[in-house]
Design a protein around this ligand. Structure first.
Ligand SMILES: [Zn+2]
Length: 118
């Protein structure tokens, strides 16, 4: 079960790592300060990563409006479900909105049915 985590948490982790990559790339450019062209390329790449992460954060905001808030039966905290099957953000309990899937083994591929691709 540990290999799954809530989709929004996953995307958030991705956005956060993009910011770090961006800063590392920009910092890397400092080592090439003798050649302004390479340094500029590093700076632009780093900036692109940071811009991309901003876009991803914006996307999370959009996705959040589509989530359904439920109370987790396992830990009792409020969590958000995205798609047909998702994990509790707090305890990683698999949750589903589809009665047909209840009791079945958790599988992320259920989300790819019926055009619900998130
Ligand atoms: Zn929970």
């Amino acid at each position: 079960m540990a290999k799954y985590s809530s989709k929004i948490n996953k995307i958030r982790t991705f956005a956060l790592s993009l910011i770090f990559i961006g800063f590392i790339v920009m910092y890397g450019g400092v080592f090439f300060r003798n050649s302004p062209i390479i340094m500029t390329i590093f700076m632009i790449l780093g900036l692109l990563c940071i811009v991309a992460s901003t876009v991803v954060y914006f996307w999370i905001g959009m996705l959040s409006t589509k989530t359904i808030q439920v109370k987790c039966p396992s830990c009792g905290k409020a969590t958000k479900i995205l798609g047909r099957v998702d994990m509790c953000m707090h305890c990683n309990e698999p949750l589903t909105l589809d009665k047909n899937l209840e009791g079945k083994e958790f599988d992320e591929k259920y989300n790819r049915n019926k055009g619900n691709n998130i």
